[in-house]
Write a protein that binds this ligand. Sequence first.
Ligand code: UDP
Length: 253
Amino acid sequence: MIAMDENDISFFKDGLRLDGRRADELRPVKIEVGILARADGSCYIEMGGNKVIAAVYGPREVHPRHLQEVTRAIVRYRYNMASFSVEERKRPGPDRRSYELSKVSREALEPVILTSFFPRSVIDVFVEVLQADAGTRTAGINAAAVALADAGIPMKSMISSCAAGKVGDTIVLDPMKEEDNFGQADLPIAMTPNGDITLMQMDGNLTPDEFGQAVTMAMKGAKDIYELQRRALVAKYSQISTDSAREEVHLCE
Ligand code: UDP
């Protein structure tokens, strides 16, 4: 762990960040679709040091029943951080932070889910953080959106999420843990591919100019992530259609 505080100017070395990235560069992203046999849809994502699984169940019957909505499905989202996912063991179970992250993540996804197709039912989204390195809410939302698509939940569009931050007076894309914890600001967003924003939060201080730069940078990052989400889904489903075409050929033989 690198010891720093926000007055420390060593966030950059030779113009690059501590992990060797440029200011506007994402961490490496890996997305796998359909990794859990018992979920209706699932996704595993790595964004830099973050390792996150999302599992979607439903639409299914609501329990407890009094939560049912007559005209639409309800969406539940549970963000959970494993106690071994962080440097200093996290006490297991829900806490103020996980309630907040569950709420804002659900609100980031709900606007694109066609809930009116499934009255009186529930769509459950579980997000499990296995390894955390700042940006777990954005990684969770990205994985959850892919898992919803994998579950065949009708959606108006995909949702992609990314943060920008400010460290050493510079706006940077996708802050890692040291930058997030000791930086000057953090601004996670989520959006549709058209740029309609469904989540925007901010920690710290930014001038109006810096705020504009950070939003533009985070939106560019989310756009790049959208392309990776799309490719991961196409890779899974084109593989399945190739496999079933092979099976059909086999049956005809
Ligand atoms: N973190 C931690 N212990 C905690 C909560 C967070 O070590 O109990 C770390 C973890 O790496 C996390 C980062 O701090 O990813 C930033 O947390 P934040 O609340 O800003 O959410 P995130 O950036 O993960 O969405």
